[in-house]
Ligand binder design. Sequence first.
Ligand SMILES: [Fe+2]
Ligand SMILES: [Fe+2]
Length: 451
Amino acid sequence: MKPLKFYLITDTHYFKNSLGAYGKEYEEFMDSEQKCFAETQSINEATFKFLETADEADILLIAGDLTFWGERECHEDFTRLLYDFKEKSGKKIYVVTAGHDFKNNAFGFNENGRFPIESIEFSELYDYYKDFGYKDAIAFNKDHLSYVAQLSEDVRLLVICNDIESEKHITYDSEFLRWIEEQAKKAQSDGQMMIAMEHYPVLPGQPVLALIKDAWQAESQKLVETLADNGVHLIFTGHMHNQSINVTKTKKGNLFYDVCTGSVIGWPSFIRLVTLQDENTVDIKSIPTPEFDWDRKGLSSKEYLIAQFEKMIRTLITAMRDDPNRFMRKVNIQSSPAKEKLFSFIGKKLNKMTVGQFAHLLFIKADRNIKNDSFVEFAVDVVRSIFEGNQPYVEGTAGGDLLLKVFKRMSPFLKKMKDSQGNRLDFYETMKHTAGNYGIDDYNACFKLSE
Ligand SMILES: [Fe+2]
Ligand SMILES: [Fe+2]
């Protein structure tokens, strides 16, 4: 097989700035957002400009959530950007659409507050994106807006879509799984390598994310087996706006890798450069998205995106103290006067605690290098690193050892924990591998698709 290279980006969440993203209510909204909003047009333009001249590959994959909330004008603008890119660079684009791309209560902001914007219907997506995968597909499933693209002489891309007309975040039924199996088997009998792309992660990006239903493909094991046991060992995903590379093995002994990439318009913001060296060897590189044009108040693009991410986490922790009802709404806890008092009390304590004082509550001693640090800042860093990947809180580091002791203390109370798909989870192991990365490098890795 001839080596094949391509770029991949995801969660572009394009928003046409002139629609309106400013005002007091906008600023309040942005206190709790990971994604940029007003800046997304500029970030996308800079990213496509960079990719236009990036000369390592002439294929670009985009793994869904193309617009902010499926706004008609954003699709019009974004597809203009794609056509322009295609024409100037001569590169090919393959997309999958997702939940943010149709039938939403889209909105903008101006000096009078929030106002609604028209979003498009699922049935309109084909026309907007026909020239970015659908029209030239060698197999096409209209109901699922899913397809097979011939990327090169000997590599095929299977694009599967999880958000369709009738429902978003669907469980794949047996009919659709049969369609997937057929495509995989056909690739095998034609002597082709097949890789896949869908918006939803198939393996949880980090172990703790398995607790959240919306964080991964429903009944994911069925899909993993359908793909891996029929020769498809690699999928590219997005949705959770995190950077991760995970692997699992099916009962039949086949490996399956999920490469999840961060959103272009929020931290961590990266472009993947993928090289299929041969049918068994994959090389992944991560390229930071370029500097974008904006009044960044002296910050680099990276610092600017990190500041937005950290503001979201800090707002959540301070809301516990200042506005417990807002906190409960954000973390999906039903509010009551008793809970309001409880969270306000915990919030007040946590917001002025040091790491050492927090550890002391659990009868644990924190290392002297970190014991005087602010607990809030420590928590912000832990959460950020979970999304960032290559999490540094591993065994043998001051922060890692402290967290491992905390998890050990808590684990007797969480013995019966199950993930959102009913699988047993070992609390200690789940948290250990969430706080620290002991597996594959989440940014730059080279791996074999079969042993
Ligand atoms: Fe997204
Ligand atoms: Fe999404």
